[in-house]
Design a protein around this ligand. Structure first.
Ligand code: FAD
Length: 409
């Protein structure tokens, strides 16, 4: 998403752009995510950018010339956890001071936003200006818009390393030759840290795996994107439910993650109710293989967990007993690239001159994507971005800054 949106912005500014993708566009996080475009619950540092992104999403399909299946049905967060409820009440007040329309909703309103939901909730918060969109349709829309502007989109071409000349970025090396460039936007998701390391830049990161399921179409449930402490719920335009278990995210074992584990302790602690670690044979085998796979830009496609699939179906039926049987259509998994404070890295000054790093979206990058692309293009072009990017600078991990223990969700 970030490669696509920044390439699109740069192409719109009449700059010469090539997009290099090791797999296929949307093959990783950007095509595997839930499609929530939410301001609700975001860290305050991220909120101004996310509010601008939300505005952009409303006209994105029109702008790109293809339907991204945008629905502005709001975002509903429900909880039964008293500690979380008071945190969310405080967050609503803080967000209101930035001009966001989030509010605490009554039980009757919950029933009108999510009719038929059988559980009782301690607190619900709702942001009417939030929405959701289809991840694959969005990636395809960006790709088509890029090609229409004459941008070469090279799929199946892994970048092996970033090349330097006299300490300044000169381009990238690929198996089919070098691509020369005065500026390289490094937005390779889980592949970013390895490429950055090649030019002397260290990025602490960790992967968190989530299983997502798609059901067969069911009668209308909601236009909102909704989430509880257990489940993410989104109904697409065909009526299919896209569901994920919100408290069953799995830390992916890999050598890089283990190396940086100490930096993630406060984040693990803040998110402990949503995270788990598995030390079984398949997880260990994947951990051993991962460096080889990532060096070739071809990491293992993450598999969905059967018990998470069952959990999502069971919860959907429990929440909406009126739906009858909810049938599975497809399941997959995706790996979220997270930073120690769950805030992105968007930085043009963290490495050699000419390198712009955009990574570690920590589960927020689909929603942020369109505006992150603008910000990245500003940095690449040398224009002053319209947002305070200090919270997203890479140096915060290395200069002794006190990082807030972050909440992933
Ligand atoms: C299961 C799941 C659910 C999520 N739900 C949401 C949500 O509801 N809302 C939201 O806002 N965000 C969500 N996210 C997060 C969001 O999807 C990501 O933050 C966002 O897609 C990140 O985009 P990206 O471009 O940084 O990374 P990616 O989409 O991972 O793209 C990076 C690309 O770089 C390519 N690449 C890697 N190495 C190389 C190399 N050496 N050479 C060339 N190319 C390379 C990869 O193939 C990949 O296509 C979710 C993520 C997951 C996994």
């Amino acid at each position: 998403m970030l490669g696509l949106s920044s390439a699109y912005e740069l192409a719109c500014r009449n700059l010469s752009v090539v997009l290099i993708e090791s797999g296929w566009v949307g093959g990783r996080q950007s095509g595997r995510n839930l499609g929530f475009v939410r301001q609700q619950g975001r860290a305050l540092a991220e909120l101004p950018m996310m509010m601008a992104a939300s505005q952009r999403w409303r006209g994105l399909g029109h702008e790109l010339g293809s339907d991204v299946q945008w629905q502005m049905g709001g975002n509903l967060r429900l909880t039964n956890d008293p500690e979380l409820a008071s945190r969310y009440e405080r967050w609503v007040a803080d967000a209101a001071s930035l001009g966001l329309d989030s509010r605490v909703v009554s039980r009757a309103e919950v029933e009108s936003i999510l009719p038929g939901v059988s559980e009782q909730w301690l607190l619900g918060i709702f942001t009417a200006s939030d929405g959701h969109a289809d991840p694959i349709a969005t990636c395809r829309a960006y790709t088509a818009a890029l090609r229409a502007r004459g941008v070469q989109v090279c799929e199946g071409v892994p970048v092996r390393n970033i090349t330097l000349a006299g300490g300044t970025v000169a381009g990238v090396a690929t198996p089919v030759g070098e691509v020369k460039a005065g500026v390289v936007v490094l937005a390779a998701g889980s592949g970013t840290a390895r490429l950055a390391r090649g030019v002397g830049v260290t990025i602490p990161w960790q992967l968190v795996r989530q299983t997502v399921i798609l059901t067969d179409p069911v009668p209308p449930v909601t236009r909102a994107a909704a989430w509880t402490g257990e489940l993410f719920i989104r109904q697409d335009m065909r009526g299919c439910l896209r569901l994920a278990a919100s408290a069953r995210n799995e830390i992916v074992l890999n050598p890089a993650g283990i190396r940086h584990a100490g930096r993630f302790l406060s984040s693990y602690f803040a998110n402990r109710s949503q995270l788990r670690v598995r030390v079984d044979a398949p997880s260990l085998a994947r951990a051993v293989l991962r460096p080889l796979q990532s060096a070739s830009g071809d990491e293992l496609s993450p598999r969905p967990r059967v018990d998470d699939v069952r959990f999502c179906l069971e919860r959907a039926q429990r929440y909406f007993p009126g739906l009858g049987a909810v049938r599975l259509r497809r399941a997959w998994a995706g790996e979220i690239d997270a930073t120690p404070d769950a805030l992105p890295v968007i930085d043009g000054g963290g490495g050699p001159s000419g390198l712009v790093i955009a990574t570690g979206m920590s589960g927020h990058g689909f929603g942020l994507g369109p505006i992150a692309g603008t910000v990245i293009a500003d940095i690449a072009e040398g224009t002053e971005p319209a947002f305070d990017l200090r919270p997203f600078r890479l140096a915060r991990f290395h200069d002794g800054s006190r990082l807030q223990p972050a909440h992933l969700m």
